[in-house]
Design a protein around this ligand. Structure first.
Ligand code: AQP
Length: 336
């Protein structure tokens, strides 16, 4: 039996941060040799909220370069740009026509982001999960590694695929494969440095709320120095009334590569003044190799372009085959 297939992506909407890394990309890297992997930069998703055309292309390249810098290996992975493959938009339209509107109106991310857009909220933002379903279903993905915040969208993807199979599958044959989410226990939800109850996010207006993968040691030092803590001495995991404490200890554990018990024992009598330099050091050290590799990749634009060109060719072959399968099932004629 061949390897199971993975599909995932990140939006090029700004600087990638520790949430994107620990919640998504580091999981991709860890498991890459076990799977047949497709990773895209989801630039069509990036315009579901107002965007700046003069930075979209640059952010798309930066995101792809970070994939490589974080350790994705082309021996195991295809890396490509979503908008380079027309099948994503075309399958979205087909799926739109079988997706009930009220399924989309229920999506938490839509409700949260729509509030910020007010009168200007676009149809694209409402339709974001259907585009995401098309991304996943085009590649017959078995697993979709994401952070906790995307779980509802994977459930919707499954519901859409079941609906297509029920309505258009024939003789017990499925049209689309039903994917499963792959959500890691620790790091699935990295929280803001300003508020341990809100997720770390690219769109948070405060730069101090997140640590970006390309932040300098000085910036990391400043952000950790200023991050929200509490007045209690002695640090421990899993105290619901201390969300910042749990978040910062978890970051330290994941970035230092230590076990939970080890961190719990090391930090149980510490105050914040003692802990923050440790977290700063661990963060700088964990990001140093990523930043070095990033610089090498981004300085060689021709190499990055060749990676994305090859990724597009590999991904397009799979995506077009699925799109044809769906169109045939829906009753479309083959182009003459
Ligand atoms: N704080 C987080 N903790 C764990 N995982 C996270 N992810 C994002 N934030 C966290 C995961 O990163 C992947 C890519 O996310 P995305 O860029 O496609 O979209 P997002 O979830 O909307 O990310 P942001 O940073 O919060 O962007 P904005 O501010 O634009 O909404 C996904 O797997 C996501 O789960």
């Amino acid at each position: 039996m061949g390897k199971q297939r993975i599909l995932s992506g990140v939006q090029p909407t700004g600087n990638l941060h520790l949430g994107n890394y620990l919640g998504a990309i580091s999981n991709w890297v860890e498991a890459q040799s076990q799977y047949d992997n497709f990773f895209c930069v989801v630039d069509l998703h990036a315009i579901t909220v107002p965007h700046n055309p003069s930075t979209l292309k640059e952010n798309t390249y930066k995101t792809a370069a970070l994939y490589l810098a974080c350790g994705l290996d082309l021996e195991h992975c295809k890396i490509f740009v979503q908008s380079h493959i027309c099948a994503h938009s075309e399958l979205t339209w087909l799926l739109n026509c079988v997706t009930p509107l009220n399924w989309l109106e229920r999506m938490i991310q839509f409700k949260e982001k729509a509030v910020k857009q007010g009168e200007n909220v676009s149809v694209g933002l409402l339709d974001y999960p259907v585009l995401m379903a098309a991304d996943i279903l085009l590649y017959d993905a078995d697993k979709v590694p994401v952070g906790e915040d995307q779980k509802q969208h994977i459930e919707l993807t499954r519901d859409i695929a079941v609906r297509i199979n029920d309505q258009f599958g024939s003789k017990g044959e499925s049209v689309l494969k039903i994917p499963e989410p792959l959500i890691r226990k620790e790091g699935a939800r990295v929280m803001s440095l300003n508020d341990g109850t809100r997720k770390m996010s690219k769109s948070d207006p405060s730069e101090l709320s997140r640590i970006n993968l390309l932040d300098s040691p000085e910036e990391i030092n400043k952000k950790i120095k200023r991050c929200k803590t509490d007045p209690i001495k002695g640090l421990s995991f899993d105290e619901p009334e201390r969300p910042e404490c749990n978040n910062l200890l978890t970051l330290y554990m994941l970035l230092s590569g230590k076990q939970k018990q080890e961190v719990a024992a090391q930090c149980q009598d510490m105050g914040w003044g003692q802990f923050k330099p440790l977290l700063t050091e661990a963060t700088i050290e964990a990001l140093k190799p990523i930043q070095q590799k990033y610089q090498e990749v981004i300085d060689e634009k021709g190499y990055l372009e060749s990676v994305l060109r090859k990724g597009r060719q590999q991904a397009e072959a799979v995506a077009n085959a699925t799109l044809s399968r769906v169109k045939t099932a829906l009753g479309y004629s083959v182009p003459l």
